[in-house]
Ligand binder design. Structure first.
Ligand SMILES: *Cc1c(COP(=O)(O)O)cnc(C)c1O
Length: 396
């Protein structure tokens, strides 16, 4: 693997130099006021990225998975009913975590490659007359299949059913890269990590918590210590964590938010959309199909590409690593061997994306797939030339 090449896995993502440097900090007394000057701006920055005015933001030394556990253990009690759909490996793992915590999960089995079925959520919630379901789980972007779902539609389904459950959303591979509206969508807990849209190393679980979810903490009985929101809240009130904070990563998070907000969230989303559109044009030119079966489910952060029947897609990933020193993502779970993934989130540019597409083409031709060198690259180039917002400036 070459450390000079960009990675095309859907997290951890490529680190901008500014962020790499920002986490390189001398040892500091984490009880000094200097840490307050990192902590509070970082929290304020994350709130803007989540598009929330009302929620509280909590950051734990952990990963996205720890964010899931924070959401569950702080709001639910053993035996509580929760509703979730399984449409890929990440929604599957969150369901598995619920079961291991003794929660009673109603699972809406959804074909891998499809988005969350809001109509099925509504049916199940409407049938739950006694409001026994305490939480609704939704994976905004299923990283295993490259499928983005409509969280606003899940909120509408809950409202249509008049159901008071909490809405817990996994936004690990969407937040900071694709539009995410915590307040507008009535999300009660939003979960992400530091190593995807925030372009940092793994090490932080980042969680937005609505007032309703915060109130549930007082009665929830699942065991929690490290991830107890109340301890973290007390910590923040005296400018610290309940334990030693990862100061470098927190500094990085502060600067990462500045970078995203300076570029402008809508510009960040448009850039991801343009880069993803180029990747999709390439896939089309190769004569291949995405795992996402409808255009509205195609993710702007990761594309899972289905390879021909009888071909082991994992060979693409191993060959790319061994021969060209470039990282792509393998298929996971049900789609292992059937898809390979191109991650296109974080600090990517059109030029970087083209290098990934060009390499993927060489790999597929090496492995005997019927693909014309340059076909996907040309299709993406056309998207990038015409979609480039600087073209009009250059012409003026
Ligand atoms: C990466 C990812 C996770 C897991 O996050 P970790 O930081 O690896 O624990 C969870 N959900 C989704 C959708 C992801 O993409």
């Amino acid at each position: 693997m070459s450390l000079q090449n960009p990675v095309f896995i859907p997290g951890p993502t490529n680190m901008p130099e500014v962020l790499r440097k920002s986490i390189d900090m001398p040892t500091m007394d984490h009880r000094s006021s200097a840490f307050a000057d990192i902590l509070h701006p970082a929290i304020a920055g994350v709130k803007k990225v989540l598009k929330t005015k009302d929620a509280q933001v909590f950051v734990f030394p952990s990963t996205g998975t720890g964010g899931w556990e924070t959401a569950l253990t702080n709001t639910l009690s053993p035996g509580d009913k929760v509703l979730a759909a399984r449409n890929g490996m990440f929604s599957h793992r969150w369901i598995d975590m619920c079961e291991r915590h003794g929660l009673n999960v109603t699972v809406i089995e959804t074909p891998w490659g499809e988005g969350l079925p809001a109509d099925r959520y509504e049916e199940v919630l409407a049938a739950d007359k006694n409001h026994e379901i305490k939480a609704v789980l939704a994976t905004h972007n299923e990283t295993a299949t490259g499928v983005v779902s409509n969280i606003g539609a899940i909120r509408k389904a809950m409202d249509a059913a008049g159901h008071p459950a909490l809405l817990l959303v996994d936004g690990v591979s969407s937040i900071g890269s694709m539009d995410f509206r915590m307040d507008d969508w009535g999300v009660d807990i939003a979960v992400t990590g530091s190593q995807k849209g925030f372009m940092l190393p793994a090490g932080l679980a980042i969680v937005g918590v609505s007032a309703k979810a915060r109130a549930a903490v007082e009665t929830a009985k699942l065991h929690r210590t490290f991830f107890d929101l109340r301890d973290m809240e007390t910590g923040y009130s005296v400018n610290g964590f309940p334990y030693t904070p990862p100061i470098g990563l927190m500094n990085g998070l502060n600067i990462a938010c500045d970078m995203l907000l300076e570029e402008g969230l809508e510009n960040v989303f448009a850039r991801h959309h343009r880069i993803a559109s180029g990747v999709r044009a390439a896939v089309d030119a190769w004569g291949l199909k995405l795992c996402a079966t409808r255009p509205e489910w195609q993710s702007d952060t990761v594309s899972a590409i289905v390879t021909p029947e009888g071909f082991n897609a994992t060979h693409i990933v191993t060959h790319a690593a061994e021969v060209y020193g470039m990282a792509f993502g393998t298929g996971l779970g049900e789609v292992a061997g059937k898809v390979f993934r191109i991650g296109h989130l974080g600090q990517l540019t059109d030029a970087l994306a083209l290098s990934g597409l060009a390499t993927a083409e060489m790999v597929m031709v090496d492995l005997g797939l019927d693909i014309k060198l340059g076909s996907g690259v040309a299709a993406a180039q056309s998207v990038y030339r015409h979609g480039n917002p600087n073209q009009t400036k250059a012409a003026a």
